[in-house]
Design a binder for this molecule. Structure first.
Ligand SMILES: O=C(O)c1ccccc1N[C@@H]1O[C@H](COP(=O)(O)O)[C@@H](O)[C@H]1O
Length: 218
């Protein structure tokens, strides 16, 4: 079964839907440059609206972009995040992992094969398109990269494919990249920051069908 993460949740209906669809992870974006930004109090309200990971619901992932310890600590005192998705240097991501005692998924922008990470001490990696000069934030931009780059990569720990995925391309993305899990934000939205129940359902369904399709597409 392909793991699925729905990121940038801002409303309780979407939380409840993700729990009903047995999505593996939901993401809360603590980056105020994003149309999906939530405060720690918003995230707590969302967290409380659906079964927790320990109760069989989706694990809660918090996204932090170049955040300092004070900010991360303040969010963690409000909401019990299961995983921290970090947009920062690898050194800083490792520091955060040991300081806060939570698994860290480091976000890596991949333009070429040698950009793929090799450090097994990180709990996981989010493998996505690289940030460009004009971007005001590092993710949630609906941009893909060359999925075939990960085919021969030996991942040092668990990983998830992200960037520009949507219900129409996710099956091909899984087959071309050989990803064990997929992460989507803008590709299941009706407008920036506004999730579509219909697109989420299709995305989850199509992701999970990818394994069945393998012989037909390869
Ligand atoms: O979603 C955002 O606005 C965002 C802001 C800052 C950092 C990451 C963000 N989103 C993450 O980016 C990838 C790809 O998103 P998309 O599917 O291309 O829209 C994914 O991990 C999002 O969670």
């Amino acid at each position: 079964m392909i793991g699925v993460k729905i990121c940038g949740i801002r409303d309780t209906q979407t939380m409840v839907l993700c729990a009903r669809l047995k999505v593996d992870w939901v993401g809360f974006v603590f980056c105020d440059a994003s149309p999906r930004f939530v405060t720690a109090d918003d995230a707590l309200r969302l967290h409380e609206s659906a079964p927790s990971g320990q109760e069989g619901g989706p694990l809660r992932v918090g996204l932090f972009v170049k955040s300092d310890d004070d900010f991360i600590g303040q969010v963690l005192r409000t909401i019990p995040l299961d995983i921290l998705q970090i947009y920062d240097t690898p050194e800083r991501a490792i520091e955060i992992q040991s300081r806060f005692g939570r698994p860290v998924w480091q976000a890596c922008g991949i333009a070429k094969y040698s950009d793929l990470p090799t450090d097994p001490s990180m709990a996981g990696y989010v493998i996505e398109a690289p940030k460009q000069e004009q971007d005001h934030r590092p993710g949630g931009l609906g941009r893909i990269f060359d999925w075939s780059l990960t085919q021969k990569w030996i991942p040092p720990s668990s990983w998830i494919l992200a960037g520009g995925l949507n219900p129409g391309n996710v099956q091909r993305a899984i087959l071309e990249s050989q990803a064990p899990a997929v992460d989507v934000s803008s590709g299941v939205e009706a407008a920036p920051g506004c999730k579509s129940a219909e697109l989420i359902e299709k995305f989850v369904q199509n992701s999970r069908k990818a394994l069945d399709l393998k012989p037909k597409l390869s």
